[in-house]
Design a protein around this ligand. Structure first.
Ligand SMILES: Cc1cc2nc3c(=O)[nH]c(=O)nc-3n(C[C@H](O)[C@H](O)[C@H](O)COP(=O)(O)OP(=O)(O)OC[C@H]3O[C@@H](n4cnc5c(N)ncnc54)[C@H](O)[C@@H]3O)c2cc1C
Length: 256
């Protein structure tokens, strides 16, 4: 079977980079919610959110976690949902081998404070995209969920997401035609692309599909190689990022 995606006759999508004023914001937790065994949701508020802006689902903010021994730890998180009028922001934390951000989120209580910075900018993908293929793991799930929820009618979305257990599946509402594939693999295998690639082998790629990948850095690289070399996805039709790296602290690796 020829599993390569047919070449698209449409122009390559463009990425519009919008800069935002870089600002630190002091926020307070209003609610903590355990979405699933592997995902913790924090609801935050603060007057500083009045001019918060995030134009792309894969934007990131820095969160600053106090460090008793020096400068705060800085980690990247996705603004999962926000409402400037209501001064609210939601951040979802994947629960894993705990670094300072995860430990802080696990211990967080209503009334605790968090300083965030950014987003510094938004990379808005524009063009004749008929279909999104979103591939990722738990750390990517907030950006994937936001993309699914923000995609309108007339565009379809397929999400292929690796999670540790079936209890970690999430339900998304979307005006788009959304189909989901949940790939189960132990979190300890989060640095192996095997399960995700096995799932991708079963799906057909349509023309004008933009492929978005975010996962552990080696996994993201392997997925990018798979979609470009084995499935014929053309330059300009994909974006791949390492959202964390096994054994490294605070890693963020741009792959394309
Ligand atoms: C653009 C961007 C957006 C992101 N958005 C989110 C988000 O919305 N929600 C979210 O949960 N994460 C998100 N991440 C990933 C998050 O920044 C990292 O997981 C971060 O390293 C967690 O910080 P920590 O202090 O808990 O662990 P660190 O101190 O950074 O690392 C401690 C140990 O944990 C391991 N580790 C780190 N992350 C993971 C993981 N996800 N799974 C398994 N092991 C891990 C490391 O390899 C290391 O051995 C995003 C990353 C990027 C680059």
């Amino acid at each position: 079977m020829d599993i390569k995606t047919p070449p698209s006759s449409q122009a390559i999508p463009t990425i519009e980079r919008v800069r935002h004023e870089l600002k630190r914001r002091a926020l307070t937790i209003t609610e903590t919610e355990r979405l699933s065994p592997g995902m913790l949701r924090l609801h935050l508020t603060g007057e500083d959110l009045a001019d918060f802006s995030s134009l792309a689902p894969d934007d990131h903010i820095k969160i600053f976690i106090p460090n008793p021994n020096g400068d705060p730890f800085m980690r990247d998180y996705t603004p999962r949902r926000f409402d400037t009028a209501a001064r609210s922001l939601v951040i979802d934390f994947a629960v894993h081998e705990a670094g300072p951000a995860t430990l802080w989120a696990l211990a967080a209580k209503v009334g605790d404070t968090l300083t965030i910075g950014g987003p510094r900018g938004s990379a808005v993908v524009k063009g004749a995209i008929a279909h999104w293929l979103l591939i990722g793991d738990e750390a990517a799930l907030p950006a994937v969920g936001r993309r699914i929820e923000e995609t309108g009618p007339g565009v379809s979305v397929t999400s292929v997401i690796a999670v540790d257990s079936s209890a970690d599946r999430q339900v998304f509402e979307s005006a788009s035609e959304h189909s989901e594939i949940w790939v189960q693999r132990p979190l300890s295998s989060g640095d192996s692309p095997k399960a995700l690639i096995a799932a991708l082998e079963k799906i057909e790629l349509q023309p004008q599909t933009f492929v978005w990948i975010a996962a552990e850095a080696r996994v993201a690289k392997a997925l990018r190689a798979y979609v470009t070399e084995k499935r014929g996805v053309q330059p300009g039709w994909f974006k791949a990022s390492g959202y964390w790296q096994k054994g490294e602290e605070g890693a963020h690796i741009s792959i394309d």
